[in-house]
Design a protein around this ligand. Sequence first.
Ligand SMILES: *[C@@H]1O[C@H](CO)[C@@H](O)[C@H](O)[C@H]1NC(C)=O
Ligand SMILES: *[C@@H]1O[C@H](CO)[C@@H](O)[C@H](O)[C@H]1NC(C)=O
Ligand SMILES: *[C@@H]1O[C@H](CO)[C@@H](O)[C@H](O)[C@H]1NC(C)=O
Length: 579
Amino acid sequence: MANSCVSLVLLLFTLLLGHGFFQLEASQNICRNIHTSQQTCSDQPYRTSYHFQPLMNWMNAPMIYKGIYHLFYQYNPQGAVWDPSIVWAHSTSTDLINWIPHDPAMYPSQRSDINGCWSGSATILPGGEPAILYTGIASENTQVQNLVLPKNSSDPYLLEWVKSAENPLMEPPENVDPSSFRDPSTAWLGPDGTWRVVIGSELQDKGLVFLYRSKDFVNWTRAEQPLHSVEGTGIWECPDFFPVSTDSLIGIDTSKTGPNIKHVIKASLFDTKFDCYIIGTYDVTTDKFIPEAGSIDKVSGLRYDYGKFYASKLFFDSAKNRRILWAWINESSSEADDIKKGWSGLQAIPRSLWLDKSGKQLVQWPIAEIEMLRGHQVEWSSKFLEEGSVLEVTGITAAQADVEISFEITEFEKAEVLDSSWTNPQLLCSQLGASVKGAIGPFGLLVLASKDLQEYTAVFFRNIQRPEQICSAHVQSSLHADNDKATYGAFLDVDPVHEKLSLRSLIDHSIVESFGAGGKACITARVYPTLAIDEEAHLYAFNYGNEKVKITSLSAWSMKQARINEIIQQEDQHTLMDS
Ligand SMILES: *[C@@H]1O[C@H](CO)[C@@H](O)[C@H](O)[C@H]1NC(C)=O
Ligand SMILES: *[C@@H]1O[C@H](CO)[C@@H](O)[C@H](O)[C@H]1NC(C)=O
Ligand SMILES: *[C@@H]1O[C@H](CO)[C@@H](O)[C@H](O)[C@H]1NC(C)=O
């Protein structure tokens, strides 16, 4: 059934009952993962329990150094909204789940960053020491690239950083808008002993990454040709350029080139807030990248995640030989709501990332460490979901859970055949929601659901047959009037005879991260339930399709709270680091 496709559809439907946004206390009353106590706060229903979440953040440079994971993130000490004079906050971890806060690593201080220290990336130099290139905002909003190095590289926590006296190292090219030149990637070292790095930019409306080369990491020269550019895509932010193995799931060092390797360019498209990627081959001697699969495209490019997911960064985890993808997840509420609740933005659960065996897309899966937070487990063996049925999964904390479910469909030849004009999965899904009956599907999960199903978020599949392998997915939402009510969708290319039709959702109060078919299509949504809060949240499996479907297995776990940026005693700190 090569031309049968299954769509992962994520529907988000929350009914609002009359009242407006909750009256929330400001930042002094942040609960869950800020306080040491395990209590939750009724006035902070949307605070998460196991996602990294400071007051306001935006991704910077994740890395591992001497066995310690570092997250530098953009942080506004003044409040819950973005401000250009942002600083680099710093937290460390031994497991990417529990985090210890440190003093900010960097403040605006030089002429080359006096108006802000923006995004950057870490590179591990051949001697093992890290170097960070970052964007500084100089006078008149001119964006330049700067270098910062650890003061004492014997310190695994890298608490102090020293900016290079040579800054700025890269200034906007003459024909480029000086406010559109930012976000250096991790650098890679060619066999010729020359470093390369890409910087996100645009020329007119052509999005692109400039390529720079350097022998010493300080004196950088721009290559004549950008590494890649696409007309009409607007500015590219937070670009990454990295190798993936074609014959193994393990991650490889950013500087690795050679046989059995493809390269990926990823760009965060500011105009549509999509993290798109393109897979191709890279010749390090000519610095030519030849695209093979995907595209950087404002509407239809291949994406890491088809929901809310932006400004992601990658790093090579040399301790576990994996490549880790980590994204910043914006709120879907208004800025006024963010100010009221006193925080905004969080980090997705870090994901391992590798090339699919088809070579045509990447696959992602939450890092194994997240499973240490799994508590009480509920399991179902095989069970049929009849037409129109809704079965509750009881016995776990449904507002804070990890759920894995697998389905088997037999009569897939009955799947709907869609008009070939349907090429936009998000649009398709906004029309074919969870309540629109199909032949096979919609079936899946109702998460963060109220008891009477007045509100819920549906994450589901719809089986579609098409001559070209295309399927769909979406999220619909009817939240507070000023919330972003986007519907999300993705085509998921699954062979239902040979592949498991599985879904995993990580649910954490106001975020649902879903992974279809083992991570071939991912959709992250922000949800702000008004009824399904804490103990009032329920979890269901459902099938609104005309054909029954079989659940081959279901495992659901209550998730424990992670220790994130707790202010803890020195002694505890050592226990945490040792454990
Ligand atoms: C550098 O860090 C190491 C390890 O934390 C520490 O022992 C040493 O005293 C530090 N050196 C300086 C000059 O601070
Ligand atoms: C910087 O590198 C370029 C290209 O390799 C070279 O021409 C130039 O002399 C170098 N400048 C300095 C100050 O070293
Ligand atoms: C964050 O989300 C809000 C609400 O959906 C939106 O208005 C804003 O543009 C988003 N910002 C970024 C940087 O993604």
